[in-house]
Design a protein around this ligand. Sequence first.
Ligand code: FAD
Ligand code: SF4
Length: 513
Amino acid sequence: MRHLIVILGDQLDHESPALTDADPKQDRIWMAEASEESTHVPSHKQRIALFLSAMRHHREWLEKQGYHVDYTQLDAPDHSGTLSGELTKTIEKHCPAKVIMVEPGEWRVRKSLEGCCARLGTDLEIRTDTHFLSTVDDFRKHAEGRKSLRMEYFYREMRKRHGVLMDGNQPEGGDWNYDKENRKSFGKAGPGEIPTPTESRPDTITEEVVELVKKTFPDHPGSLESFNWPVTRRSALAQLRSFIEERLPNFGDHQDAMWTDEPFLNHSLISSSLNLKLLHPREVIEAAESAYRDGKTPLAATEGFIRQILGWREYVRGIYWLHMPDYIERNALDAGESLPDFYWDGNTEMNCLRQAIGQTLEHGYAHHIQRLMVTGLYAMLLGVDPRKVHEWYLCIYVDAVEWVELPNTLGMSQFADGAAMASKPYCATGKYIQRMSNYCSGCRFDPAKRTGDDACPFTTLYWDFLIRNESRLQGNQRMTMQLRNLERIDSETKEEISDAADRIRKNGGCPTS
Ligand code: FAD
Ligand code: SF4
């Protein structure tokens, strides 16, 4: 055999650079399902089903293109359980002249497959991933010589380089960023009628996979009842189209808002399709920009959406590869608490957390602000070990892949990376959640209270967070106002707050009565 072409579960693009010069007569494709990928953190059942079903559909597509696919199913007899174990067997059997693959999205997987080829003395060619609009090297160059990195400057460079939403040399509409217009709540009226997401009806492949996951991983978190994620490029394109036509026009205004029993609102639900490479970010950005140029979507909504993909998504990937492998160990705030048990079952009196975790278990999905300002915020205020928080996010969302999950969790939401990602901690009291949702009206706690039986635990823990981290945050210009407010609190009240926070911690992160 000439080349063995490795295709991993999140590399399902039809235009993969690994296939550029592939010859079906001389080369073989290698794909493997491995239980280790679902158990090194105990993945949500929908996440496992999504990966397996999308991989099996991709195998069908490859075979239709004439390729021979060496595919190992999860339940194959004598399965070693690991990617490297299965690759070793295939290399030993076929002795390829060379193994080819595209850069893996996770440090752990890259090291393990590199190690496998090195041990067997097989040449390994790793090709640059063309799924992204900037390369790992581009980002390294962007970072060189800068004291600190900020997404906004990187994003402007990307807009210019790719000519996205530009009017000559200037940003469309005169501003680079319309975030100010994108932070509205729904007010008392609520979100009104929201178009339902496209249905991706399970076919035989998905049904088989769902049964396999139920049987193999019965104790893993999450339910499979509502599984509705795109598993093919075709269904991913349908999801994208329905978002652009029906929800993008309203995406901007209420991008940060949350509402009881509305898990999806006007969000696009395309992160898993992007991360599995069923969609290319370029086509997503082009679809959004075309809708704007055709007068179908407002500029603020279009820019807000494009910034998430051309800005944040590319930026976090750059941060991940710039700082790994030590990034995962960072713990700048010395946080060491355990993750509360209710993160695994949603069983808590705190309505915001019950809602965010409940829909996460039901769908494997929560939108950005629920992840950042509800589950992430609570873990940071409580002082949970960032490694434990990272493991939860990596296993619980259908779109979770380490290159994107880790900087968002460790950096943006836990401020554990020493300000590599965010210039200040995203810390707030329960009043932020009250302003951006209707969660508090269905909750027994009062977001305005920091101590007492009905004090909102977010509010108690927010002040406690500032008390505990005052000296660490002192030099941070962006925290000046918050620390000045802390100074206004007398020492007796501070002691009451610290005592109340300690009681929550001793009670496993649950409010005490
Ligand atoms: P929309 O709100 O419609 O946004 C459009 C697209 O923009 C998304 O599909 C996504 O591809 C991209 N995007 C938006 N925000 C970000 C961001 N901060 N970083 C990177 N891309 C972004 N996203 C993942 O894809 N995988 C993860 O494992 C993941 N973990 C996260 C963990 C935490 C703690 C936080 C705060 C955020 C995380 N995100 C992650 C980012 C973001 O929350 C999700 O991309 C988004 O909620 C997916 O829903 P959507 O497709 O409806 O996105
Ligand atoms: Fe969450 Fe506090 Fe509001 Fe309850 S009162 S929903 S705990 S923010």
